[in-house]
Design a protein around this ligand. Structure first.
Ligand code: GLA
Length: 382
């Protein structure tokens, strides 16, 4: 892949590029908690966006995407969204200059990768993180990885319209091979949690149902959580987010809060606790205990947060009855994308065959299946 895009870049732009690899992410526990100032437990994966980039002598970004088989040029001072993948580039270019000053020139850019788009592995966060990192290197802008993550998030908010949290960008930029990241999305303190289970595999099963964050229920969930906090503030004036409310405090006001809002809040409060508990279980090597938490997360996402769908529920129910599966749940924003499954190594091949055939039979669609490694975050390739 790297050799191919280097050559392609040379052919297209006639010069040597800098190459950046930016991974997607998995998330073991802590779903829909990041924008509630809660805890998450993601890791960067061995599926990546690759960017080949070099300065040019114009004031434009000239980009080519292999995935979309499409080129796109825009002036570096463009501040209006266009559409699709282009908005990630426009947004990051805009916010980086806003924070670090105008670039001395434009850039030529070629993008490739193997993260399935719409699969819930955060190809868009990888693109923003990788592109921001590339510009930061190329122009020596001195931005920290955290600042780059925030720029990716701002781009999602204002150029794409998805009110995402910080988990995906953070995981792509801070990933470390063999480790998950326990991130506190309030303080931004983080700790690497070794995920060292050579006899187990992380396997994603893609429903092939495309999830669309913008214009979907995602932003509604965020508003519902904020509405919950606003209501609870009447009783607990110091509460800033759901992080500050205990389950007992919430339950005391079950009659005062609309049911849907109550359910959303309950899920988030319990999910935060699951992340903390899950890390303790991982440290003890208790995978069955950890897997049980994954199932509970799925139940919460299905019935309380209501972001699952029939295909995801089906895959989790199937996994529950298969040999060697410690835990399974939907992963990411929801309404499609993948389930994440923790499976013992000796059962992995059988699991893949069986889950594939039962899904095909039920939905007449062949699911894509990916076995994941936890890898390093965004980096330059020599
Ligand atoms: C998407 C968002 C993240 C996070 C997850 C749900 O991936 O980009 O910020 O909210 O959904 O946990």
């Amino acid at each position: 892949m790297i050799k191919k895009i280097r050559e392609q870049f040379r052919d297209r732009f006639g010069k040597e590029p800098l190459i950046i690899a930016a991974p997607g992410r998995v998330n073991l526990l802590g779903e829909h908690t990041d924008y509630n100032q809660g805890f998450v437990l993601p890791g960067a994966i061995d599926k990546r966006i690759y960017l080949a980039i070099a300065r040019n002598d114009s004031r434009s970004v000239n980009a080519w995407s292999n995935d979309f088989n499409e080129s796109f040029s825009f002036p570096i001072d463009m501040a209006q969204p266009d559409k699709g993948w282009k908005n990630y580039l426009i947004g990051v270019t805009h916010y980086l200059q806003q924070q670090a000053g105008p670039f001395v020139s434009g850039v030529d850019l070629l993008i490739d990768g193997d993260i399935p788009v719409g699969g819930g592995m955060s190809s868009s966060a990888a693109l923003c993180s990788g592109y921001g990192f590339a510009l930061n290197e190329l122009f020596s802008l001195g931005r920290s990885r955290l600042e780059l993550a925030r720029i990716g998030q701002l781009t999602e908010h204002h150029f794409v319209g998805a009110m995402v949290g910080i988990m995906d960008q953070f995981a792509s930029l801070y990933g470390k091979a063999g480790n998950l990241i326990r991130l506190d999305c309030r303080s931004m303190d983080y700790e690497y949690i070794p995920f060292d289970f050579p006899d187990h595999r992380i396997i994603l099963v893609n429903t092939m149902v495309k999830h669309e964050l913008a214009g979907s229920e995602y932003n509604v969930r965020r508003q519902q959580c904020e509405a919950g906090v606003l209501k609870l503030k009447e009783y607990y004036p110091n509460a800033v987010s759901l992080r500050d409310i205990s389950i007992g405090q919430l339950e005391r006001h079950i009659m005062d809060i609309p049911d849907a809002i109550y359910q959303r809040c309950k899920y988030v409060i319990e999910e935060n606790a699951r992340v903390l508990q899950g890390c303790v279980l991982l440290e003890r090597g208790d995978l069955p205990g950890f897997g049980a938490l994954m199932y509970r997360t799925h139940e919460g996402l299905r019935h309380e947060y209501e972001v699952s769908c029939a295909a995801l529920d089906f895959l989790v129910e199937q996994a529950r009855n298969m040999a060697g599966v410690k835990g399974a749940r939907m992963m990411g924003g929801g309404f499609g994308g993948c389930t994440i499954n923790l499976v013992s190594q000796e059962a992995a091949e059988q699991f893949k065959r069986d889950i594939c055939s039962s899904y095909e039979e039920a939905f007449q669609v062949t699911p894509e299946i990916y076995q994941m490694q936890i890898e390093d975050g965004v980096k330059a390739i020599n």
